[in-house]
Design a binder for this molecule. Structure first.
Ligand code: ADP
Length: 262
């Protein structure tokens, strides 16, 4: 049951009573579970034909009798298949995360090298988009966490920053170690987020009007997954932004467990 409460005042502002309203949300929860199950099934089914597309694309690539134009067209097929794969993976993951919760596989790791690798792999993308990508990282930041999931967080934040920043802008990443926490900040000079949208960007399938208007591709799942991963590590994520000027995503992760021996 979801409960809402209101209080009533007289003209001079004195409290005169309260009203409580309860709504049975069982049907809503059931409908959401069915939706997640459906998304999970569909995305799983979409993976099989994708595997066959990849297989044939790579077989065709290996032939040496293909004309130049066919190779180019094959490249388009491969890139479209890549986009579809990312979409399907995101959908499948979002459905899995909501139905089973997020499973983490924690181990001692070095967050500085995870961030450095994410930045190195985003470099070609940033260069192609005409964006200066910079970072200030300590040599090592030890904590206990899920290596794959934390890499996914950094990838999501950095690739969003690049995606939502127009040509000529910049993206800057910093990682700082405090006494009991690690702070990762990804700052961009991009399109920004309106104040009313700030809290919603972490909701599944939410996209800002600005992102949709500019026909920037996405489904609105990356930040929802990112937030779940961070919270699964006992951390928190916040965003500050100014429309038309840029955004700053700040992740704080606790490091109370073990520090890596250096
Ligand atoms: P996607 O990018 O696939 O739409 P996300 O969950 O990663 O999904 O982001 C949700 C929405 O938040 C985006 O559609 C966009 O509107 C907004 N957003 C995310 N990152 C940024 C950013 N760095 N600058 C401006 N808007 C952003």
């Amino acid at each position: 049951v979801s409960v809402t409460a209101r209080h009533a005042e007289n003209e001079s502002g004195a409290f005169i009573g309260a009203a409580l309203a309860g709504t049975d949300v069982t049907d809503l929860m059931r409908a959401m579970a069915v939706k997640d199950e459906f998304i999970g099934l569909v995305s799983h089914e979409l993976r099989t034909p994708l595997t066959s597309i990849y297989g044939y694309v790579s077989m065709l690539h290996e032939r040496d009798d293909l004309p130049e134009i066919a190779l180019k067209q094959l490249g388009v097929v491969a890139r479209s298949a890549d986009r579809l794969r990312i979409l399907v993976d995101d959908l499948l993951e979002a459905a899995q995360v909501t139905s089973n919760g997020l499973s983490l596989d924690p181990a001692p790791l070095d967050l500085a090298s995870i961030v450095a690798e994410a930045i190195a792999s985003a470099r070609p993308h940033a260069a192609g988009a005409g964006i200066a990508l910079g970072a200030e990282l300590p040599t090592q930041v030890g904590l206990v966490g899920d290596q794959v999931r934390l890499a996914q967080v950094v990838d999501n934040l950095v690739s969003n920053a690049i995606k939502y920043t127009p040509r000529g802008g910049s993206v800057h990443v910093t990682l700082d170690e405090r006494a009991d926490a690690v702070e990762l900040v990804v700052r961009d000079t991009g399109m920004g987020i309106a104040p009313d949208d700030l809290e919603q960007v972490f909701n599944r399938f939410f996209r800002t009007q600005q992102a949709a208007d500019q026909a920037i591709r996405g489904v609105g799942l990356g930040l929802a997954i990112t937030k779940q991963i961070i919270e699964g590590h006992g951390g928190a994520i916040q965003v500050a932004s100014e429309l038309g000027r840029g955004s700053e995503f700040r992740v704080v992760l606790p490091v109370e467990v073990v520090r890596l021996a250096s």
